[in-house]
Design a protein around this ligand. Sequence first.
Ligand code: FNR
Length: 386
Amino acid sequence: DPLPLLFQPLSIRGVEFKNRIWVAPMCMYSSDNGHATDFHLVHIGSMALRGAGAIILEATAVLPAGRIAPEDAGLWTDSQIAPLRRIVEFCHAHGTKVGIQLAHAGRKASTYAPWIQDKRDARVGGGRSVAGVVENGWPDEVVGPSEIPHDTGYAYPNPLNQKGIDQVVEAFAAATERCKQVGFDFIEIHGAHGYLLHSFCSPLSNDRDDDYGGSLENRLRFPLAIARRVRAVWGDKPLFYRVSATDWAEGPEKEEKTGEWLQWGIDQSTVLARRLHEEAGMDLIDVSTGGLWKNARIAVFPGYQVPFAAHIKKAVPGLLTGAVGHINSGKQAESYLKEGSADVVLVARELLRNVDLPLEAAQELGVAVKPASQYEMGWVGMMGRR
Ligand code: FNR
Protein backbone atom coordinates (compact mmCIF):
# COMPACT_ATOMS: atom_id res chain seq x y z
CA ASP A 1 0.00 0.00 0.00
CA PRO A 2 1.24 3.50 -0.70
CA LEU A 3 2.01 5.67 2.31
CA PRO A 4 -1.12 7.54 3.46
CA LEU A 5 -0.98 11.19 2.43
CA LEU A 6 -1.04 12.32 6.07
CA PHE A 7 2.38 10.72 6.57
CA GLN A 8 3.95 11.77 3.30
CA PRO A 9 6.62 14.40 3.88
CA LEU A 10 6.10 17.89 2.53
CA SER A 11 8.87 20.19 1.38
CA ILE A 12 8.32 23.96 1.38
CA ARG A 13 11.21 26.19 0.23
CA GLY A 14 13.66 23.48 1.19
CA VAL A 15 12.20 22.84 4.67
CA GLU A 16 11.19 19.16 5.05
CA PHE A 17 8.11 18.52 7.16
CA LYS A 18 8.03 14.83 8.14
CA ASN A 19 4.25 14.55 7.92
CA ARG A 20 1.10 16.64 7.41
CA ILE A 21 -0.53 16.49 10.84
CA TRP A 22 0.41 19.74 12.54
CA VAL A 23 -0.26 21.47 15.83
CA ALA A 24 -2.49 24.55 15.41
CA PRO A 25 -1.56 27.70 17.31
CA MET A 26 -3.06 27.87 20.81
CA CYS A 27 -2.80 30.77 23.26
CA MET A 28 -1.74 29.52 26.66
CA TYR A 29 -1.95 32.75 28.69
CA SER A 30 1.19 31.65 30.52
CA SER A 31 3.86 34.13 29.46
CA ASP A 32 5.87 36.38 31.72
CA ASN A 33 5.59 39.88 30.27
CA GLY A 34 5.53 38.26 26.83
CA HIS A 35 8.41 35.87 27.55
CA ALA A 36 7.97 32.12 27.07
CA THR A 37 8.37 30.17 30.31
CA ASP A 38 9.19 26.64 31.46
CA PHE A 39 5.50 25.88 30.93
CA HIS A 40 5.95 26.46 27.19
CA LEU A 41 9.07 24.32 27.01
CA VAL A 42 7.27 21.37 28.61
CA HIS A 43 3.97 21.94 26.78
CA ILE A 44 5.47 22.41 23.32
CA GLY A 45 8.24 19.93 24.06
CA SER A 46 5.70 17.21 24.88
CA MET A 47 4.12 17.72 21.47
CA ALA A 48 7.54 17.64 19.79
CA LEU A 49 8.09 14.16 21.27
CA ARG A 50 4.84 12.73 19.97
CA GLY A 51 4.86 12.73 16.22
CA ALA A 52 3.45 16.04 14.93
CA GLY A 53 5.05 17.18 11.69
CA ALA A 54 5.10 20.81 12.77
CA ILE A 55 4.09 22.94 15.71
CA ILE A 56 2.82 26.50 15.33
CA LEU A 57 3.49 28.43 18.52
CA GLU A 58 0.61 30.47 19.85
CA ALA A 59 -0.43 33.95 18.68
CA THR A 60 2.55 36.10 19.64
CA ALA A 61 2.15 39.84 19.80
CA VAL A 62 4.46 42.08 17.79
CA LEU A 63 3.66 45.00 20.13
CA PRO A 64 2.63 44.98 23.81
CA ALA A 65 -0.76 46.53 22.95
CA GLY A 66 -1.31 43.70 20.45
CA ARG A 67 -1.68 41.05 23.13
CA ILE A 68 -5.14 39.57 23.70
CA ALA A 69 -4.45 39.43 27.44
CA PRO A 70 -1.59 40.56 29.69
CA GLU A 71 -0.41 36.92 29.98
CA ASP A 72 0.01 36.50 26.21
CA ALA A 73 3.20 35.71 24.32
CA GLY A 74 5.21 38.46 22.67
CA LEU A 75 8.17 39.06 20.42
CA TRP A 76 8.40 42.84 20.59
CA THR A 77 11.76 42.96 22.36
CA ASP A 78 15.07 41.11 22.18
CA SER A 79 14.88 39.55 25.65
CA GLN A 80 11.99 37.42 24.33
CA ILE A 81 14.31 35.64 21.88
CA ALA A 82 16.27 33.38 24.25
CA PRO A 83 13.37 31.50 25.90
CA LEU A 84 11.90 30.81 22.46
CA ARG A 85 15.26 29.58 21.15
CA ARG A 86 15.35 27.00 23.94
CA ILE A 87 11.99 25.63 22.78
CA VAL A 88 12.99 25.59 19.12
CA GLU A 89 16.25 23.80 19.86
CA PHE A 90 14.36 21.16 21.83
CA CYS A 91 11.90 20.62 18.96
CA HIS A 92 14.73 20.37 16.44
CA ALA A 93 16.61 17.86 18.59
CA HIS A 94 13.52 15.66 18.29
CA GLY A 95 12.89 16.04 14.57
CA THR A 96 9.94 18.42 14.76
CA LYS A 97 9.65 21.60 12.73
CA VAL A 98 8.46 24.62 14.65
CA GLY A 99 7.18 28.05 13.70
CA ILE A 100 5.39 30.93 15.33
CA GLN A 101 2.18 32.82 14.73
CA LEU A 102 2.88 36.57 14.67
CA ALA A 103 -0.15 38.55 15.76
CA HIS A 104 -1.77 41.81 16.74
CA ALA A 105 -5.04 41.49 18.63
CA GLY A 106 -6.37 44.90 17.53
CA ARG A 107 -9.74 45.74 19.04
CA LYS A 108 -9.93 42.37 20.86
CA ALA A 109 -6.89 43.28 23.01
CA SER A 110 -6.58 43.90 26.75
CA THR A 111 -9.05 41.24 27.87
CA TYR A 112 -8.77 38.75 30.71
CA ALA A 113 -7.19 35.34 30.30
CA PRO A 114 -10.03 32.76 30.32
CA TRP A 115 -9.49 31.51 33.85
CA ILE A 116 -9.15 35.02 35.24
CA GLN A 117 -12.38 35.89 33.41
CA ASP A 118 -14.08 32.89 35.03
CA LYS A 119 -13.01 33.95 38.50
CA ARG A 120 -14.19 37.47 37.81
CA ASP A 121 -17.54 36.23 36.50
CA ALA A 122 -18.03 34.35 39.76
CA ARG A 123 -17.29 37.53 41.66
CA VAL A 124 -19.23 40.16 39.75
CA GLY A 125 -21.77 38.11 37.89
CA GLY A 126 -20.69 37.58 34.31
CA GLY A 127 -20.10 39.61 31.21
CA ARG A 128 -16.81 39.94 29.44
CA SER A 129 -14.81 43.02 30.26
CA VAL A 130 -11.52 44.60 29.49
CA ALA A 131 -8.55 44.14 31.77
CA GLY A 132 -7.93 47.49 33.40
CA VAL A 133 -4.60 49.14 34.10
CA VAL A 134 -4.41 47.71 37.64
CA GLU A 135 -4.69 44.26 36.06
CA ASN A 136 -1.85 45.05 33.64
CA GLY A 137 -4.30 45.85 30.85
CA TRP A 138 -4.17 48.80 28.42
CA PRO A 139 -7.81 49.69 27.70
CA ASP A 140 -6.95 53.20 26.45
CA GLU A 141 -4.32 51.95 23.99
CA VAL A 142 -6.50 49.42 22.19
CA VAL A 143 -6.43 50.07 18.43
CA GLY A 144 -8.49 49.05 15.43
CA PRO A 145 -9.58 50.21 12.00
CA SER A 146 -12.55 52.23 13.30
CA GLU A 147 -14.22 53.26 16.50
CA ILE A 148 -16.34 50.11 16.56
CA PRO A 149 -15.86 47.84 19.58
CA HIS A 150 -15.83 44.07 19.07
CA ASP A 151 -18.77 43.56 21.41
CA THR A 152 -20.16 44.84 24.68
CA GLY A 153 -17.51 44.51 27.33
CA TYR A 154 -14.63 45.14 24.92
CA ALA A 155 -12.54 48.31 24.73
CA TYR A 156 -13.36 51.17 22.40
CA PRO A 157 -10.61 50.99 19.77
CA ASN A 158 -8.61 54.05 18.72
CA PRO A 159 -8.61 54.10 14.91
CA LEU A 160 -5.05 53.69 13.64
CA ASN A 161 -3.74 56.65 11.66
CA GLN A 162 -1.09 56.30 8.94
CA LYS A 163 1.71 56.61 11.50
CA GLY A 164 0.14 53.88 13.65
CA ILE A 165 -0.30 51.64 10.61
CA ASP A 166 3.36 52.13 9.66
CA GLN A 167 4.40 51.31 13.25
CA VAL A 168 2.49 48.01 13.16
CA VAL A 169 4.05 47.10 9.79
CA GLU A 170 7.51 47.83 11.21
CA ALA A 171 6.72 45.87 14.40
CA PHE A 172 5.89 42.81 12.23
CA ALA A 173 9.21 43.35 10.42
CA ALA A 174 11.17 43.63 13.69
CA ALA A 175 9.49 40.51 15.10
CA THR A 176 10.36 38.68 11.88
CA GLU A 177 14.00 39.68 12.32
CA ARG A 178 13.83 38.22 15.85
CA CYS A 179 12.29 35.02 14.43
CA LYS A 180 15.46 34.61 12.37
CA GLN A 181 17.53 34.89 15.53
CA VAL A 182 15.33 32.35 17.31
CA GLY A 183 15.76 29.89 14.43
CA PHE A 184 12.14 29.19 13.55
CA ASP A 185 11.48 27.04 10.48
CA PHE A 186 8.49 29.10 9.38
CA ILE A 187 6.27 32.04 10.29
CA GLU A 188 2.49 32.23 10.23
CA ILE A 189 0.88 35.68 10.09
CA HIS A 190 -2.35 35.79 12.11
CA GLY A 191 -4.94 37.24 9.77
CA ALA A 192 -7.97 35.55 11.35
CA HIS A 193 -10.49 35.56 14.21
CA GLY A 194 -11.37 39.24 14.32
CA TYR A 195 -7.91 40.43 15.32
CA LEU A 196 -6.24 43.46 13.77
CA LEU A 197 -5.59 42.25 10.20
CA HIS A 198 -8.97 40.57 9.82
CA SER A 199 -10.70 43.64 11.30
CA PHE A 200 -9.30 45.76 8.46
CA CYS A 201 -10.56 43.24 5.87
CA SER A 202 -14.13 43.08 7.10
CA PRO A 203 -16.60 45.89 6.43
CA LEU A 204 -18.34 44.93 9.67
CA SER A 205 -15.41 46.33 11.67
CA ASN A 206 -13.87 48.73 9.14
CA ASP A 207 -15.89 51.79 8.10
CA ARG A 208 -12.91 54.03 7.26
CA ASP A 209 -13.14 56.40 4.34
CA ASP A 210 -9.39 56.68 3.65
CA ASP A 211 -7.06 54.40 1.64
CA TYR A 212 -7.64 51.58 4.15
CA GLY A 213 -11.42 51.38 4.04
CA GLY A 214 -14.37 51.20 1.68
CA SER A 215 -13.48 49.09 -1.36
CA LEU A 216 -12.08 45.56 -0.99
CA GLU A 217 -8.87 46.85 -2.57
CA ASN A 218 -8.52 49.39 0.25
CA ARG A 219 -9.47 46.99 3.03
CA LEU A 220 -6.79 44.52 1.92
CA ARG A 221 -4.07 47.20 1.76
CA PHE A 222 -2.84 46.90 5.37
CA PRO A 223 -2.67 43.08 5.63
CA LEU A 224 -0.93 42.92 2.23
CA ALA A 225 1.61 45.55 3.31
CA ILE A 226 2.39 43.50 6.43
CA ALA A 227 2.75 40.29 4.43
CA ARG A 228 5.07 41.87 1.85
CA ARG A 229 7.22 43.40 4.58
CA VAL A 230 7.45 40.13 6.53
CA ARG A 231 8.42 38.30 3.33
CA ALA A 232 11.13 40.87 2.58
CA VAL A 233 12.73 40.38 6.01
CA TRP A 234 12.13 36.62 6.26
CA GLY A 235 13.59 35.83 2.84
CA ASP A 236 13.32 32.47 1.11
CA LYS A 237 11.76 30.51 3.98
CA PRO A 238 8.22 29.15 4.51
CA LEU A 239 5.61 31.81 5.20
CA PHE A 240 1.98 31.05 6.05
CA TYR A 241 -1.10 33.15 6.69
CA ARG A 242 -4.13 32.23 8.79
CA VAL A 243 -7.32 33.64 7.36
CA SER A 244 -10.89 33.70 8.56
CA ALA A 245 -12.51 32.80 5.27
CA THR A 246 -15.91 34.12 6.31
CA ASP A 247 -17.55 36.20 9.06
CA TRP A 248 -20.61 33.95 8.96
CA ALA A 249 -22.59 37.17 8.85
CA GLU A 250 -26.05 37.62 7.45
CA GLY A 251 -26.06 39.56 4.25
CA PRO A 252 -24.93 40.57 1.81
CA GLU A 253 -25.68 44.25 1.72
CA LYS A 254 -24.58 46.34 -1.20
CA GLU A 255 -22.79 49.63 -0.74
CA GLU A 256 -24.78 52.14 -2.77
CA LYS A 257 -21.87 54.39 -3.68
CA THR A 258 -19.37 51.76 -4.79
CA GLY A 259 -21.54 48.78 -5.63
CA GLU A 260 -19.25 46.66 -3.41
CA TRP A 261 -20.70 43.73 -1.47
CA LEU A 262 -20.43 44.70 2.16
CA GLN A 263 -19.32 41.43 3.61
CA TRP A 264 -16.31 39.29 4.31
CA GLY A 265 -16.85 35.87 2.82
CA ILE A 266 -15.15 33.19 0.76
CA ASP A 267 -15.01 35.29 -2.44
CA GLN A 268 -13.25 38.15 -0.64
CA SER A 269 -10.87 35.89 1.25
CA THR A 270 -10.01 34.10 -1.99
CA VAL A 271 -8.99 37.46 -3.48
CA LEU A 272 -6.81 38.06 -0.42
CA ALA A 273 -5.28 34.58 -0.70
CA ARG A 274 -4.44 35.07 -4.38
CA ARG A 275 -2.84 38.44 -3.74
CA LEU A 276 -0.87 37.11 -0.75
CA HIS A 277 0.45 34.35 -2.99
CA GLU A 278 1.30 36.65 -5.89
CA GLU A 279 2.60 39.68 -4.00
CA ALA A 280 4.16 38.18 -0.86
CA GLY A 281 5.04 34.69 -2.09
CA MET A 282 2.71 33.24 0.54
CA ASP A 283 3.33 29.49 0.65
CA LEU A 284 0.32 28.26 2.60
CA ILE A 285 -3.05 29.57 3.75
CA ASP A 286 -4.28 28.10 7.02
CA VAL A 287 -8.04 28.35 6.60
CA SER A 288 -10.15 29.11 9.65
CA THR A 289 -13.37 31.14 9.91
CA GLY A 290 -15.24 33.51 12.20
CA GLY A 291 -14.21 35.39 15.32
CA LEU A 292 -15.17 38.86 14.14
CA TRP A 293 -18.92 39.20 14.07
CA LYS A 294 -20.63 38.95 17.43
CA ASN A 295 -23.94 37.84 15.91
CA ALA A 296 -22.46 35.13 13.71
CA ARG A 297 -24.42 31.90 13.61
CA ILE A 298 -22.12 28.98 12.91
CA ALA A 299 -23.11 25.38 12.36
CA VAL A 300 -20.16 23.48 13.77
CA PHE A 301 -19.57 19.85 12.77
CA PRO A 302 -16.51 17.70 12.04
CA GLY A 303 -14.44 19.38 9.34
CA TYR A 304 -16.90 22.27 8.99
CA GLN A 305 -14.21 24.64 7.73
CA VAL A 306 -12.68 22.24 5.19
CA PRO A 307 -14.81 23.44 2.20
CA PHE A 308 -13.26 26.91 2.58
CA ALA A 309 -9.75 25.47 2.34
CA ALA A 310 -10.85 23.43 -0.69
CA HIS A 311 -12.28 26.52 -2.38
CA ILE A 312 -9.07 28.53 -1.96
CA LYS A 313 -6.89 25.60 -3.01
CA LYS A 314 -8.84 25.22 -6.24
CA ALA A 315 -8.94 28.95 -6.94
CA VAL A 316 -5.25 29.68 -6.37
CA PRO A 317 -3.00 27.12 -8.06
CA GLY A 318 0.35 26.70 -6.34
CA LEU A 319 -0.90 27.94 -2.97
CA LEU A 320 -0.95 25.21 -0.32
CA THR A 321 -3.85 25.08 2.12
CA GLY A 322 -4.23 23.90 5.69
CA ALA A 323 -7.55 22.60 7.04
CA VAL A 324 -8.50 23.06 10.69
CA GLY A 325 -11.52 22.67 12.94
CA HIS A 326 -12.97 19.56 14.57
CA ILE A 327 -10.51 17.21 12.91
CA ASN A 328 -9.92 14.59 15.54
CA SER A 329 -8.74 11.35 13.94
CA GLY A 330 -6.25 10.04 11.41
CA LYS A 331 -8.88 8.65 9.03
CA GLN A 332 -10.83 11.91 9.09
CA ALA A 333 -7.67 13.93 8.44
CA GLU A 334 -6.58 11.59 5.65
CA SER A 335 -9.97 11.93 3.92
CA TYR A 336 -9.50 15.70 3.45
CA LEU A 337 -6.06 15.25 1.95
CA LYS A 338 -7.34 12.45 -0.31
CA GLU A 339 -10.22 14.50 -1.67
CA GLY A 340 -7.73 17.28 -2.44
CA SER A 341 -9.20 19.86 -0.05
CA ALA A 342 -5.95 20.59 1.75
CA ASP A 343 -2.24 19.83 1.87
CA VAL A 344 -1.91 19.71 5.65
CA VAL A 345 -4.27 19.24 8.58
CA LEU A 346 -4.02 21.25 11.80
CA VAL A 347 -5.34 20.09 15.13
CA ALA A 348 -5.87 22.13 18.28
CA ARG A 349 -8.16 20.90 21.07
CA GLU A 350 -7.86 17.17 20.43
CA LEU A 351 -4.11 17.52 21.03
CA LEU A 352 -4.78 19.09 24.43
CA ARG A 353 -6.93 16.07 25.26
CA ASN A 354 -4.62 13.55 23.62
CA VAL A 355 -1.09 14.59 22.81
CA ASP A 356 -0.48 11.22 21.12
CA LEU A 357 -2.98 11.87 18.33
CA PRO A 358 -0.30 11.93 15.55
CA LEU A 359 1.07 8.57 16.71
CA GLU A 360 -2.43 7.12 17.03
CA ALA A 361 -3.23 8.43 13.55
CA ALA A 362 -0.20 6.54 12.25
CA GLN A 363 -1.42 3.39 13.95
CA GLU A 364 -4.94 3.93 12.61
CA LEU A 365 -3.64 4.36 9.05
CA GLY A 366 -1.19 1.46 9.28
CA VAL A 367 1.97 3.53 9.12
CA ALA A 368 5.06 2.23 10.88
CA VAL A 369 6.55 5.21 12.69
CA LYS A 370 10.32 5.27 12.67
CA PRO A 371 11.15 6.04 16.26
CA ALA A 372 12.54 9.55 16.31
CA SER A 373 12.00 9.99 20.03
CA GLN A 374 11.94 7.91 23.17
CA TYR A 375 8.13 8.01 23.23
CA GLU A 376 7.76 6.80 19.67
CA MET A 377 9.43 3.50 20.69
CA GLY A 378 6.17 2.73 22.41
CA TRP A 379 4.51 2.71 19.03
CA VAL A 380 6.94 0.56 17.05
CA GLY A 381 9.71 -0.43 19.37
CA MET A 382 11.48 -3.74 19.54
CA MET A 383 8.27 -5.76 19.62
CA GLY A 384 6.73 -4.60 16.35
CA ARG A 385 3.61 -2.48 16.30
CA ARG A 386 1.13 -3.18 19.05
C1 FNR B 1 -7.10 28.46 19.84
N1 FNR B 1 -7.12 28.89 18.53
C2 FNR B 1 -6.18 29.82 18.12
N2 FNR B 1 -6.11 30.18 16.81
C3 FNR B 1 -5.13 31.00 16.38
O1 FNR B 1 -5.08 31.31 15.20
N3 FNR B 1 -4.21 31.50 17.26
C4 FNR B 1 -4.23 31.21 18.58
O2 FNR B 1 -3.35 31.62 19.34
C5 FNR B 1 -5.27 30.37 19.05
N4 FNR B 1 -5.41 30.08 20.37
C6 FNR B 1 -6.24 29.07 20.78
C7 FNR B 1 -6.20 28.62 22.10
C8 FNR B 1 -6.97 27.54 22.49
C9 FNR B 1 -6.88 27.03 23.90
C10 FNR B 1 -7.82 26.92 21.56
C11 FNR B 1 -8.67 25.72 21.95
C12 FNR B 1 -7.89 27.37 20.27
C13 FNR B 1 -7.93 28.20 17.52
C14 FNR B 1 -7.27 26.90 17.09
O3 FNR B 1 -6.02 27.12 16.46
C15 FNR B 1 -8.17 26.12 16.10
O4 FNR B 1 -8.30 26.84 14.91
C16 FNR B 1 -9.56 25.82 16.66
O5 FNR B 1 -9.46 25.40 18.02
C17 FNR B 1 -10.27 24.74 15.85
O6 FNR B 1 -9.52 23.54 15.82
P1 FNR B 1 -9.85 22.27 16.77
O7 FNR B 1 -9.67 22.71 18.18
O8 FNR B 1 -11.27 21.88 16.49
O9 FNR B 1 -8.86 21.23 16.35
